[in-house]
Ligand binder design. Structure first.
Ligand SMILES: C[S@@+](CC[C@H](N)C(=O)[O-])C[C@H]1O[C@@H](n2cnc3c(N)ncnc32)[C@H](O)[C@@H]1O
Length: 324
């Protein structure tokens, strides 16, 4: 029986709606690395439209999934997508770095997946404010109704010049980050930032020309990373998930930003080293053995066929690590 999913712009049956909401990337590679074959509990820390979880649950009839997303709209779609699997799925609205502690679940994990960033639906929905399309209110909060988290406009209006420059330099690798930060601070005194147009106008002035789409994408992505504290959450989340994995279990991380990919690479490298002492110490004082093995020497990207079918998969980079 077809499941009807109602999301503001889209209303369709289940299989089609997953693709419309978000097409899961590198599914074969994820399943090959996770090997969900026997009974076990898996964490999908970024369940989105539920595409990856659905494949995992179909592939392994004895597997159960903790399906986590901090966005209540995404979780509603995942609930509809994964409804056929009944009690094999536990849904939790939380950030993935705090999900396990909030769930109270202590059973070790047989595997975990983090497919970072935003879903296609979030980017395509103007009311979420992730896009540089014209006249869109700058919001960018993943958990859109969470109180106490400043949205993108508030961040632009309230942060000092140094912080703004750091955001665009570190997260956006923007060579003119300082000039852009100065421009934002000078403009907001006359008119506070509210929409995508305000930020694009400041960026055009700082650059001295109209920015290309890829430059705007970088700047908007940098702001989104800052609004949601994505780097800090990833750092904490990786550590917390590693602790929860059972021996032999794999964590797979798909990232879409070089900074996130580097963080994942370095974490996996450190966990796979036998010695993490400061170089030059006369004797080893650390754990003295690796905690597991990195399964991906270099990051795996999508195939040409996948990029042709789903251009948004282009920047995805997948890394995996298995606990000893
Ligand atoms: C790329 S999509 C995941 C798509 C999913 N794999 C699928 O098959 O549909 C990323 C999802 O992660 C969620 N998300 C991003 N950061 C998060 C965080 N720190 N904690 C929980 N969910 C997060 C977003 O709301 C979004 O729904």
């Amino acid at each position: 029986m077809a499941i009807v999913i109602r999301i503001p712009e889209v209303e369709t049956d289940c299989a089609e709606s997953i693709v419309l909401y978000h097409e899961p990337v590198m599914t074969t590679e994820v399943m090959d690395l996770m090997k969900p074959l026997g009974p076990g509990l898996y964490l999908d820390g970024t369940v989105g439209g539920g595409g990856h979880s659905r494949l995992l649950l179909e592939m392994c009839r004895e597997c159960r999934v903790i399906a986590v997303d901090c966005d209540h709209e995404a979780l509603d779609v995942a609930k509809a997508t994964l409804a056929p699997f009944g009690e094999r799925v536990i849904f939790l609205r939380a950030r993935f770095d705090e999900a396990l502690d909030r769930s109270g679940i202590v059973e070790p994990l047989s595997g975990a997946l983090l497919d970072l960033g935003v879903s296609s639906h979030q980017i395509d929905s103007d009311k979420r404010g992730f896009t540089f399309r014209r006249k869109v209110d700058l919001d960018m909060r993943m958990a859109s109704d969470e109180e106490g988290i400043p949205n993108a406009a508030q961040l632009l209006n309230d942060s000092n010049e140094k912080i703004l420059a750091r955001i665009f330099h570190e997260y956006g690798e923007e060579p003119k980050a300082r000039r852009l930060a100065r421009e934002i601070v000078s403009r907001r005194n006359d008119k506070p930032f509210r929409t995508s147009d305000d930020l694009v106008a400041a960026y055009s002035k700082a650059l001295g020309r109209n920015p290309k789409a890829k430059d705007k994408a970088r700047i908007f992505q940098a702001l989104r990373i800052a609004v949601n504290r994505e780097i800090e959450v990833l750092k904490n989340g990786l550590f917390r998930i590693r602790e929860a994995l059972s021996p032999g279990a794999t964590i797979v991380v798909i990232s879409y930003h070089s900074l996130e990919d580097r963080l994942v690479k370095n974490a996996f490298r450190e966990w796979s080293s036998s010695c993490v002492c400061i170089p030059g110490l006369p004797i080893c004082t650390c754990r003295g053995k690796p905690l597991g093995t990195t399964l991906t020497r270099s990051p795996i990207g999508p195939s040409d066929i996948e990029v042709a079918r789903n251009p948004r998969s282009r920047s995805a980079r997948l890394r995996a690590w298995r606990k000893s």
